[in-house]
Structures are given as structure tokens and as C-alpha cells.
Design a protein around this ligand. Structure first.
Ligand code: AP5
Ligand code: MG
Length: 216
């Protein structure tokens, strides 16, 4: 099965994708992680998109669709992708459909994590990520410890776009450009709305129960 994890910045898309990967034979594809990696490697693309990401705006559909198409075409990923942070515009929705149809695949379910704005802000302000293993932690809600992380403290960092001004822009971009695509998935009857204000385990238990009953 292929699935989408949808939601505003800080909703828990990456956190829940990591949980799913641990229990199901699926692979997470986070466009945010792919783009940040281009910046880290200072590729031509990375240099072009750095300011866009740090301003909380969307990278162009062409760039993102090209990255995603390559991943979908890889036979190792056949029918086992978790799309985290993609699609974010209607143009991306149509491209995703086109790429999947070419290979006789589809999206089985779209989990939409609904989270209140004040909670989002606290989650993003408290986020730390490991630059080595890419695990996501939080100084308020999900501290790294010897049981869940063994790379060492020196790899734990804040994201460059996790600052107050950028957070507001990212949220605005989500409301105006991304949230409207939910109507498309409602019409397709693949949308599953989840209360994302709950704690990480409560949310994951719901997701896990639903995925256990999907058979494609
Ligand atoms: P991206 O990296 O996708 O950022 P985002 O959408 O803003 O989402 P986040 O990664 O901030 O949040 P998340 O939902 O993954 O939450 P997380 O699990 O980390 O994109 C970054 C940028 O790249 C975009 O702004 C754009 O510029 C560009 N981009 C990316 N995709 C694009 C696309 N398709 N098209 C164009 N441009 C694109 O959790 C957040 C924190 O909360 C963590 O600390 C976590 O530990 C904690 N937490 C999680 N769940 C809970 C919970 N239930 N309770 C308490 N704490 C929790
Ligand atoms: Mg994320």
C-alpha cells in the first residue's frame, strides 16, 4: 500500500511516519528531508532552494515532482511508500496520481493530522532532530534518552526553519496553499481525519489499527 501523512507544520507527520516504518514494510519519503539534504550537500538545487525553505515558502512544483517521480519509479519502492509532506498543491496531487497510475498503483489512505495552532507552535519550538539518524525528538514532549537514541548528543540540532517568523509563514502557506487539497481526497473517499492533538502513542495506535485492516 501507499499512503499519505498530511497535516500542518509540526503536526507529527515525520514522527508518525517513523512509527509506521518500524511496524510495517513501508518506506517514508519526506520531501522536506530530501530538500534539506540538497541544502546540506550544497548542490546547485540546494543553493537555489535554501532561502525559499528558510522563508517558509513552497519550493516549485517542478522541482518536487521530479524528486518524487524518481522515487516512485524505483522498483524497490513499489507500492510501499509513505508520502510525508507531499503533495502540497493541486498540481502535486495531479502529478502524484499520474506517476502512480503509470505503474498501476494508488494511494490507499490519506491520514490528516488535525492539530491546534498553539500546540503546533510549542511542538516546533521544542523540536530537535538528529543530524545522523534523522530521528525527531522534543524538549517538552519526547526527550532523547539512552533507550530511543544512541548517536550521541552532539548530533542533536534545531532545524534552520524552526524559528518564530518562519513558523508563522509556514503555517500561512499551509492554510492557503496546502490545506485546500484535502477536498480532492475527500471526494476520492480516501481521507481519514485524526485528532493530532493527542499524544504520540494515542495517535499511532489509531493509525496502526486502521493500517492493519488495509489489504493492498
Ligand atoms: P517539511 O520538512 O515537510 O516541514 P513541515 O511540513 O513544516 O512539517 P514539519 O516537518 O515541521 O512537521 P511534522 O508534521 O513532520 O512534525 P514532526 O513529526 O517533526 O518541509 C519543510 C519545507 O520544505 C517547507 O516549508 C517547504 O519550504 C519545503 N517543502 C517540503 N515539501 C514540499 C513540497 N511537497 N512542495 C513544496 N515545498 C516543500 O513533529 C514536530 C515536533 O513535535 C517534534 O519535536 C515531535 O517530537 C513533536 N511531536 C510530534 N507529535 C507529537 C504529539 N502527538 N505530541 C507531542 N509532541 C509531538
Ligand atoms: Mg516533518
Amino acid at each position: 500500500m501507499n499512503l499519505i501523512i498530511f497535516g500542518p507544520p509540526g503536526a507529527g507527520k515525520g514522527t508518525q511516519s517513523n512509527n509506521i516504518v518500524n511496524d510495517f514494510d513501508l518506506k517514508q519519503v519526506s520531501t522536506g528531508d530530501l530538500l534539506r539534504n540538497e541544502i546540506k550537500l550544497q548542490t546547485d538545487l540546494g543553493k537555489k532552494i535554501e532561502s525559499t525553505i528558510n522563508n517558509g515558502e513552497l519550493v516549485s512544483d517542478d522541482v518536487v515532482n521530479t524528486l518524487i517521480e524518481k522515487i516512485i519509479l524505483d522498483p524497490n519502492n513499489f507500492n510501499r511508500l509513505i508520502f510525508d509532506g507531499y503533495p502540497r498543491t493541486l498540481s502535486q496531487v495531479y502529478s502524484l496520481d499520474k506517476f502512480l497510475k503509470k505503474l498501476n498503483q494508488k494511494i490507499s489512505i490519506v491520514f490528516s493530522l488535525n492539530v491546534d495552532k498553539d500546540i503546533i507552535s510549542k511542538r516546533i519550538n521544542g523540536r530537535i532532530i538528529c543530524a545522523k539518524c534523522f530521528r525527531i525528538f522534543n524538549v517538552y514532549f519526547n526527550l532523547p534518552n539512552s533507550k530511543n537514541h544512541d548517536c550521541g548528543k552532539k548530533y542533536l540540532k534545531k532545524r534552520n526553519d524552526d524559528h518564530s517568523k518562519t513558523i508563522l509563514n509556514r503555517f500561512e502557506t499551509y492554510v492557503t496553499k496546502t490545506n485546500p487539497i484535502l477536498d480532492y481526497y475527500k471526494k476520492e473517499e480516501s481521507l481519514c481525519e485524526i485528532d493530532g492533538n493527542q499524544n504520540i502513542d494515542e495517535i499511532y495506535n489509531k493509525i496502526k489499527g486502521i493500517l492493519a485492516n488495509i489489504r493492498d
